[in-house]
Write a new protein. Structure first.
Lengths: 541, 410
């Protein structure tokens, strides 16, 4: 602080700057206020903000492919899907290893389900492959066994791969308590990287998933296959491991008959030869994807880039559009029906106004489900409304109106349900407009109509604004009522979201649809602020 | 209350050459045209030149619930250019009368005539009456100029005419620079000036004001009181003004109608109302007043003797008593009480009094006495150099001129 500003700053009697002093005095107040809202804040954060945030993040999250088949994803990077060829043997070797671990962890079906969102048939491909993938590489096991039967002894592998400390601990383990976690022997990963990785994975699966001891289990075929690959690698030097059996295998394996993993996969399911399958895997291998969002607007992320989905499969854009215009229709009907009631309430004596208020609030005392179901009874083809219309001869018995399970039904029922949310803000704003304004206008020579149009209505606009925002935002995300009375033509985007949350789980797509909905609402809110001004929204006097 | 009454009197005399014929009577003659005022029961005291009445209530009754009458029987006629105030406690029916005149309430019975034409069935917007409301009722979504433009627009007036009139009206209330502001940007006093300008901009002949200064602080109220009377006088408009503030009523009006329980209790110019109340309600309501209760024991012409409940005998002027033996409340203004024996008539009755409290109020002294068993008898004296300052506990004797003490209804 310079001298000049130091002189300018106000000082309290005891010499501390006024601002410091004031802040200190206000800190207690602020702390008190914070303490008061803390319980609610924490509750909201934990039960609302975090879960919703987590849900919304799912709309772009795509970690599953790179998590479940990491080696495949890495080796697949260089592959070009436009070549029209299936990936190299190396990719299939990586896939075999990934698959073996995934199968043991039962991850492959989840991945299949995930990829099935993008390409039908992936789920069954993965399940079918999962059942038979453990046979792949069997040839190597047999060849190693022929070379030296000791290879088929679990203990041979344990001594070769395991850390001496772990071997001792494992031997001492009596089956009670926690099993000592497998540790790799020092240096083995440098000499035999693939084998070490696969054996470690094998040991972990045996210990964690199967709750057995690796000392008693023969390794997977893929471990043998990996050992073969390691031994065939250039410049491999197994002397540091000082295992005679390995040195012998190094020499003997040169004569082994090579097994193609690629052929193995294609034999299990010939879809693996289809470059499109690999293209899909490649397109969705990044940990973040725009795929869900593209899908939510009827586009799809294909190996060839973003393409619109086939016309007969489009659904979401239409649903969004329908949600919008139906919500607007509902909002508008609420204004039309609610405005006169609110006006009446604001201008009646308190006693009568309270009675109407009770009637307005009455629906809140009944369950939403009951009210909606009541509409079902009223509006159906043999329902009360149609019966009445037929009885008074307005329509013929064969011309009964379709009022339910369509757009009409949703609009009628939702207008009824959301009406109080329009009336209440309207009423409270109108209550705040003194009757003297209308009187003043009339005394100045305005007719009833002019007085209403030029004086009363402009002042009630904040109420209309508040009610409209409330009703529109509520209706845009409404679920129960459209679900019950909407049929197929009268459902909203929220029903689709619910479908993807529970009926046919695809949380990523549900999250993307939800995010779009949220963004649309925020955008409308912003537009409203620009046009009308959010200061003009009043919920009370 | 102790505001100098001279200005008011001067104005009254100037405008109407008012002649109070005799104190104690409530008819007056203005410019030779006798006007009528009734106190109750439609008893018409003076009735000539009906044609000159500009605003007229003829046996008007109003009921909201069909069981009780809010306005019981209202007869009132006002000449053009008069400033008449309806004064009364809340619920006395004064605002209802104003609303009936404006057209926002319909009379249950009787006629209201404006310039000779019955207006009962004319809607408010066709009556052409300007109105000023207590809460100003300026349209918050319009600027000051738009507010003023509103009555001209609904009259389909051209743009240039409108602008000239708006400017004139704003200048009139000294708010010429505020045309572009919103009402919310103005202070209460400024808002009321604008409301006044709006009520005047379309040049109505009759302007109604419903407690227009009720929400303002004292100083502002006094300034605006003066301005409203000045404007009304300059423009020659007829004003019906409603208030519950008696000072306002006394200082502004040509005549004041005191309302109580749906009736006009007294309709008179301010000085007459203060000095010659015709019943004990008006005496109590207007100004400070000492009341003593007793029985009339003798009446000789315009003087009577009253024996108080305490047994003391006093002199009074019979106003609302007719016979010996009637119970009465005698009313005497605090500033008309004398405790200087020399200033009273030689044969005047006096009362013994004990000083309870002496309050120094600057321009006046307010002394509370115990008189005839009552503890709240007040005497007001001017702070003059030779004025005696009474001390609590002092025993004195008080009296008054018989014409200052009015024997009213019990």
């Amino acid at each position: 602080m310079t001298d000049a500003t130091a002189q300018d700053a106000m000082i309290t009697a005891d010499g501390t700057p006024l601002k410091v002093s004031l802040n200190r005095a206000l800190r207690r107040e602020k702390l008190r206020a914070l303490m008061l809202i803390a319980p609610l804040l924490i509750f909201i954060l934990v039960s609302f903000i975090f879960p919703i945030g987590d849900m919304l993040i799912r709309s772009v999250q795509n970690g599953m492919v790179s998590q479940v088949i990491p080696r495949t994803v890495t080796t697949l990077e260089d592959w070009d899907h436009t070549s029209g060829e299936t990936p190299s043997e190396e990719v299939f070797q990586a896939l075999t290893r990934d698959f073996m671990i995934a199968v043991e962890r039962k991850d492959h079906t989840r991945l299949g389900t995930r990829l099935n969102y993008e390409r039908t048939g992936m789920s069954s491909l993965f399940r079918k492959t999962g059942r038979r993938v453990d046979d792949l590489g069997e040839g190597y096991t047999d060849q190693f066994g022929d070379l030296d039967p000791a290879w088929e002894e679990p203990m041979t592998w344990v001594t070769l791969m395991g850390h001496p400390d772990w071997i001792a601990a494992q031997a001492a383990w009596d089956g009670e308590g926690a099993e000592p976690s497998f540790r790799l022997r020092d240096g083995v990963a440098d000499v035999l990287p693939r084998t070490a990785e696969m054996y470690a994975a094998f040991a972990q699966v045996v210990q964690v998933e199967d709750e057995d001891s690796p000392t008693e289990e023969e390794p997977w075929h893929i471990v043998y296959a990996s050992l073969y690959e390691d031994l065939q690698a250039d410049g491999v030097d197994v002397t540091s491991l000082s295992a005679p059996i390995l040195t012998a295998a190094l020499e003997g394996s040169a004569a082994f008959e090579t097994q193609s993993m690629r052929d193995g996969f294609i034999e299990i399911e010939e879809d693996w030869a289809d470059p499109e399958v690999w293209g899909t895997i490649q397109a969705f291998s990044s940990p973040v994807t725009a795929g869900y969002f593209l899908k939510a607007v009827d586009l799809s992320l294909t190996p060839d880039g973003v393409e619109p989905v086939a016309d007969n499969l489009t659904i979401y854009v239409e649903l969004f559009w329908r949600t919008m215009w139906m919500s607007m229709t509902i909002t508008f009907s609420c204004i039309l029906l609610g405005y006169p009631i609110a006006w009446l309430m604001a201008n009646l004596p308190d006693r009568s106004a309270n009675l109407i208020m009770i009637l307005v609030l009455l629906p809140f005392w009944t369950s939403l489900l009951v009210r909606t179901s009541a509409w079902k009874v009223l509006l159906q083809r043999q329902g009360v409304v149609n019966d009445t219309l037929v009885a008074i001869g307005l329509i013929g018995d064969d011309g009964r109106l379709a009022l339910i399970n369509n757009v009409t039904g949703t609009i009628i029922a939702m207008t009824h349900i959301l009406l109080p949310f329009m009336i209440l803000p309207l009423y409270s704003v109108m209550k705040g407009i003194p009757p003297s304004y209308l009187r003043a206008a009339k005394s100045l020579g305005a007719t009833n109509v002019t007085a209403f149009r030029r004086v009363y209505f402009p002042q009630s606009v904040p109420g209309i604004g508040a009610g409209s925002i409330l009703v529109f935002i509520l209706s845009i995300g409404y679920y129960i009522t459209p679900e019950i009375v909407g049929g197929t033509k009268g459902v909203f985007i929220s029903n689709r979201i619910a479908y993807f949350i529970s009926d046919s789980p695809n949380w990523g797509l549900a999250a993307a649809l939800g995010t779009i909905l949220l963004v649309v609402v925020l955008a409308l809110y912003w537009a409203y602020d620009k046009v009308v001004g959010i200061d003009n929204v009043k919920l009370g006097g | 209350m102790n505001r100098p009454k001279t200005s008011c009197e001067t104005k009254t005399v100037l405008i109407f050459r008012l002649a109070c014929v005799r104190p104690g009577r409530f008819s007056l003659i203005i410019k030779g045209a006798a006007k009528c005022a009734t106190i109750d029961g439609g008893r018409r005291l003076v009735s000539t030149s009906e044609a000159q009445a500009f605003v007229e209530f003829d046996r008007v009754q109003k009921s909201y619930d069909g069981e009780t009458l809010v306005v019981k029987d209202l007869n009132l006629s006002m000449p053009k250019g008069e400033f008449l105030t309806m004064l009364g406690p809340s619920g006395s029916g004064k605002t209802t009368c104003l609303m009936m005149l404006a057209g926002f309430e319909t009379a249950t019975n009787g006629d209201i005539r404006l310039d000779g034409q019955p207006i009962n069935n004319i809607p408010p917007h066709k009556r052409g009456i300007g109105m000023v409301f207590q809460n100003y009722a300026l349209f918050p979504h319009m600027t000051v100029a738009e507010n003023l433009s509103f009555p001209l627009e609904v009259r389909k007036m051209g743009r240039s005419d409108r602008e000239a009139k708006i400017k004139h009206a704003l200048d009139m209330v000294q708010m010429g620079d505020f045309g572009g502001r919103r009402p919310s940007q103005l202070s209460g006093g400024q808002q009321q000036r604008i409301a006044l300008a709006r009520a005047l901009v379309f040049e109505p002949e009759l302007v109604l004001m419903d407690e227009p200064l009720g929400a303002l602080d004292k100083q502002l109220r006094e300034t605006l009181q003066f301005e409203i009377t000045r404007l009304a006088h300059d423009l020659g408009i007829t004003v019906v003004y409603v208030t519950h503030d008696q000072t306002e009523a006394l200082t502004m009006s040509d005549r004041v109608a005191v309302f109580e329980a749906g009736r006009i209790q007294q309709l008179a110019p301010p000085d007459e109302l203060y000095e010659a109340p015709i019943n004990s309600f008006v005496a109590q309501f207007i100004g400070e007043n000492n009341t003593l209760e007793g029985v009339v024991t003798a009446i000789q012409g315009d003087q009577c003797t009253v024996t108080l409940d305490s047994g003391d005998i006093i002199d009074a002027r019979p106003v609302n008593v007719s016979a010996v033996g009637d119970r009465t409340k005698v009313s005497i203004r605090p500033e008309r009480v004398e405790f200087n024996r020399e200033r009273l008539h030689a044969d005047a009755h006096t009362l013994k009094a004990e000083v309870l409290e002496f309050i120094y109020m600057g321009d006046i002294f307010r002394t509370r006495l115990r008189v005839a068993g009552s503890d709240d008898f007040v005497v007001k004296t001017r702070n003059a150099p030779d004025q005696r300052r009474l001390k609590p506990g002092e025993q004195i004797e008080i009296g008054w001129l018989p014409e200052d003490c009015r024997a009213l209804d019990a």
